[in-house]
Design a protein around this ligand. Sequence first.
Ligand code: TR5
Length: 144
Amino acid sequence: TSAHQQPSSSSSSPPMAAEKEAALAAVASDSPTIFDKIINKQIPANVVYEDDKVLAFRDIAPQAPTHILLIPKVRDGLTGLSKAEERHCEILGHLLYTAKVVAKQEGLEEGYRIVINDGPNGCQSVYHIHVHLLGGRQMNWPPG
Ligand code: TR5
């Protein structure tokens, strides 16, 4: 989709399946991502929560009435969950706890879903770890 600013998604091309786009994104998984520009305020984002370690902002292509991404401000090798090492335990816990705080802030009393896509099969398209917080509608199971 146009939300994913990958080289393959020029406006003249037809929309690409998310799965294919995710596979292409994995090729350059160690490069800076669009999220660095959001952290550095080079491009705007709709920020809903921020502290010294974590930034939370609304997804540009929401898949639910509430769709927020939570990211660490410093990637520190954490391109995805599969790259996690023991030193990342604190930030991983902080991301999850912050997801709960933001869910409450967003009024998601009826529940919500937390998603971390990893790698091509997980449909990951941005290689800076992020937690999706989705809510405001009934989620389905199994997921697609
Ligand atoms: O597919 P994964 O799990 O990697 O999730 C990446 C998410 O980043 C998708 O849900 C995209 O919609 C979202 N995304 C991509 C861009 C973007 C964004 N959310 C907010 N703002 C964004 N900007 C400015 N640019 C993007 N390319």
